[in-house]
Design a protein around this ligand. Sequence first.
Ligand SMILES: [Zn+2]
Length: 128
Amino acid sequence: MKTVQHKFVDLIPDTLEEGVLYICIPYCTAIHKCVCGCGNEVVTPISPTGWTLSFYGDSVSLSPSIGNWSFKCRSHYFITKNKICHAYSWDDWKIILNRKQEEKEKQKFDKKRRKQRKQNVGGDALDS
Ligand SMILES: [Zn+2]
């Protein structure tokens, strides 16, 4: 899915169509089905502490980004002028952080090993 259609509604419909961003002004809420196709409904309250809705006449933007961390898909995207821009998923960030952590651990381990090697100079190599 690359784009969404916006639809202003007075009431949030029981069944949501995929690719439609329903905007319910009386309830200050927008709702849509997760754009990855997992079928989960994403509720974005429009409030000073929630999301901001920008209406351009023919398209809408929601900010900040939508991060579906509580869903299995963990999708993360922006809706900007009805276009969906995928962002890093939380998993990607975790992977990056993990990699850094692993790198650190590896360096620590290498240092330890080098130390051990030095101590074993002249003796039997304990390098297995
Ligand atoms: Zn999803």
